[in-house]
Design a protein around this ligand. Structure first.
Ligand SMILES: C[S@@+](CC[C@H](N)C(=O)[O-])C[C@H]1O[C@@H](n2cnc3c(N)ncnc32)[C@H](O)[C@@H]1O
Length: 393
């Protein structure tokens, strides 16, 4: 039985999962997640030449696919560059001598294919629109007769309905414990994809450079399933934009830029500003790149959009950025917000301004603490249900 290590370097693997009648095992800190375990158990044995998997955070399914189908080309993809980097470290840790390396790729969309087998998990906490979008793309990425195996840790009703709609037929497989698995086979030649992007047009109030309210700024922003606040402008982001008053900054960094609301607003508010937008979600970066053009900011050097999991190696203006703006994610115990604050401080020039928007209440209290730890002190402005926290390096 081949045993793989999950969790990346430094993880403490305390749990062993022996799967597929004890032919493949995983040692990991908390055990293989249910949806991934189900995929590994349900993976067909019939030989195939090419397999696509991904959208998980562990890499276990790809490692199992390589073990069950040693002759197949196995590809892993995800939307997020941070997750892809983590999965790549798992692949590297488990690399077998003589076997081709497994690569973890962050991409806006599934690779085109054709693939003989696609194995994808859909956690019950996931976005329904994203599930439909991925299932339609998976259909198109399969070779004729190719098979999709999809799993969930939920009851599987929504997943089965979507597969039936996209593939014309669904074959459910009932696992012995919780969760659900369903198979679809590509029988139709034509594409199953439907347009799922939205373009949001908004006129966002602008405080103006001198604090006298200026004309609202018109933004036209494409979002796609799987990007933050798909189909609308987040209320927290709107609060930050309404608060922002340029103070003669020449350079600005939008950290965790999503589809580009903040960076594009700041660039439109001040025609002499050069903006860098950094984002880890490849799909959001795709939208942001198109949004820069859509909003008339394509002139070289005006707005730079980068797909990154951190700020290492990004072009920093001599002396540092004049300002960093962010609407940080809250998950992982505010670990990302903490990292955003310290990375921002690192790339700001002395005297440069940092501002982040967070929900009022306990979330704001936790972020105020984080910001004070990093910057020493700061100020806050209540904007409805949100708070803008600002500090100077
Ligand atoms: C709350 S959303 C804000 C998005 C956008 N600024 C807006 O206001 O609509 C936070 C963004 O940070 C991104 N993100 C999370 N971790 C990141 C990281 N390590 N590096 C860069 N971006 C990250 C997420 O993908 C998400 O798009």
């Amino acid at each position: 039985m081949r045993t793989f290590l999950l969790g990346g370097p430094g993880a403490n693997p305390q749990v062993t999962d022996a799967l597929r009648k004890e032919t493949v095992a995983f040692r990991s800190p908390r055990g293989v997640a249910l949806a991934q375990r189900l995929l590994i158990e349900a993976m067909p044995k019939k030989p195939v030449a090419s397999i696509l998997t991904g959208l998980d955070t562990e890499g276990a399914v790809a490692l199992a696919a390589r073990e069950v189908h040693p002759g197949a080309a196995v590809r892993w993809f995800g939307l997020d560059a941070y997750v892809a980097r983590k999965v790549q470290s798992v692949f590297d840790m488990n690399a077998a001598e003589g076997a081709p390396a497994l690569l973890a790729e962050a991409r806006e969309d599934l690779p085109e294919g054709p693939f003989d087998l696609i194995l994808l998990p859909f956690p019950s906490s996931g976005e329904s629109d994203l599930m439909w979008d991925v299932l339609e793309s998976a259909h198109d990425a399969l070779a004729p007769g190719g098979r999709l195996v999809a799993s969930t840790n939920g009851d599987g009703r929504a997943l089965r309905k979507a597969i039936e709609h996209v593939f014309g037929k669904v074959t459910p497989w009932t696992p012995t414990d919780r969760g659900a698995v369903a198979y679809g086979v590509r029988t139709k030649k034509g594409s199953a994809r439907s347009p799922r992007a939205h373009v949001v047009d908004a006129a966002v109030p602008f405080a103006g450079a001198d604090g006298d309210a200026a004309a609202p700024i018109a933004l036209s922003i494409e979002t796609r399933p799987g990007t933050f606040c798909h189909g609308s402008l987040d209320k927290g982001t709107r609060a930050l934009l309404q608060w922002w008053k340029p103070e003669g900054e020449k350079t600005l960094l939008d950290l965790g830029a999503g589809c580009g609301w903040i960076g594009i607003f700041a660039a439109k508010a001040d025609p002499s500003l050069r903006v860098t937008m950094v984002e880890s979600n490849a799909r959001a970066v795709g939208c942001a790149l198109r949004n820069v053009e859509r909003n008339g900011l394509a002139e070289p050097g005006r707005v730079t959009t980068l797909l990154r999991a951190d700020l290492e190696g990004i072009p920093v203006p001599a002396g540092g950025f004049d300002a960093v703006l962010t609407n940080p994610p809250y998950f992982s115990d505010f670990r990302i917000a903490r990292s955003f604050c310290s990375q921002a401080r690192h790339v700001l020039r002395p005297g440069g301004r940092f501002a982040m928007v967070v929900r009022n209440g306990a979330v704001a209290d936790a972020h105020t603490e984080v910001m004070s730890e990093v910057f020493g002190s700061g100020r806050s402005w209540l904007c409805g249900a949100y708070v803008v926290l600002a500090a100077v390096r």
